[in-house]
Write a protein that binds this ligand. Structure first.
Ligand SMILES: Nc1ncnc2c1ncn2[C@@H]1O[C@H](COP(=O)(O)OP(=O)(O)O)[C@@H](O)[C@H]1O
Ligand SMILES: [Mg+2]
Length: 265
């Protein structure tokens, strides 16, 4: 007789699949191969750091995943849908419904309060008012910004703004949270606080891809992917290791690769 709970042997569909992604810039006489056949998968609930020296293709890769840029060839699938095939009219809806963004600078709208900034994505999607209130309050509490909800960006610290930006990124419950150097403009105390927040979001199930040149920031992820000259050069997994041990391992790769990110904190 069959046991009570049989789970499908079929592994869960990855949230993100990059298949042989190439991105060329420039003209025929002066081509930059920013991405040179990048392939990797991200499963639901993963937290990945994308690292690599300056010019290795990190931002280009993130821009291709976020549909800000389009690969020259190859495919990128999000929830099984090939986003390289989306028409311009479908792109904004895709971004709004599936993605959450955290940038180096919080990119909050100056004339809106934190509450209004966070609620904006929901309002655009015509969420019912009651749901907006509940969701905004929920994410603000998770990110420790409930006390600044009625403040304007200029009344908040850099760290508070970044946590509000993170709250805005996750309020729609996106398939993927994309962060490009989210701690880049923060001091070490606020960096730590933001990284702890992202770690907690991931523990609650959010799938996060963070581009960073900072080994300390990367050590909060569960997996680190290293780009070099537009290719995936190496990948290390945190597994059961402590964050400190993972940090040391990341540092070894970074110093081997050379370039930025070699500052120890
Ligand atoms: N819009 C562009 N036009 C031409 N070359 C570009 C453009 N964007 C990036 N590149 C080039 O592509 C390569 C990868 O850049 P980028 O993705 O910004 O690297 P990273 O974020 O790792 O520093 C670099 O050689 C860069 O000069
Ligand atoms: Mg970059």
């Amino acid at each position: 007789m069959a046991p009570a709970h049989i789970r499908s042997a079929q592994p869960a569909q990855p949230v993100l699949v990059c298949q042989d992604v190439e991105k060329l810039y420039g003209t025929r006489s002066n081509v930059t191969r920013a991405l040179d056949g990048v392939s990797f998968d991200v499963a639901a609930g993963e937290y990945i750091a994308i690292m690599g020296p300056s010019g290795s293709g990190k931002t280009t890769l993130l821009n291709c995943i976020s549909t800000i840029d389009r690969p020259t060839s190859g495919h990128i699938l999000v929830d099984g849908q090939d986003i390289t095939a989306l028409r311009p009219g479908q792109l904004s809806r895709f971004r709004r419904e599936r993605l959450g963004f955290v940038f180096q600078d919080s990119n909050l709208l100056d004339t809106l309060t934190a509450r209004e900034n966070i609620a904006l994505a929901l309002t655009i999607n015509h969420a019912p008012a009651k749901e907006v209130v509940a969701r905004v309050t929920g994410v603000a509490e998770r990110l420790g910004v409930a006390d600044v909800l009625d403040k304007f960006p200029h009344e908040m610290s850099g760290g508070q703004k970044q946590r509000v930006a993170a709250a805005r990124a996750i309020v729609t419950d996106p398939s993927l949270v994309l962060a490009d150097e989210p701690t880049g403009a923060l001091d070490s105390k606020n960096s730590r606080r933001l990284l702890e927040s992202l770690e907690a979001l991931n523990a609650d199930g959010a799938t996060i891809i963070m581009v960073t040149h900072d080994s300390f920031a990367a050590s909060y992820a569960r997996r680190a992917l290293f780009l070099k000259d537009g290719r995936v050069w190496n990948e290390i997994v945190r597994g059961d290791k402590t964050r400190k041990a993972f940090f040391d391992e990341i540092m070894d790769v970074v110093s081997f690769l050379g370039g930025e990110g070699a500052d120890v904190r």
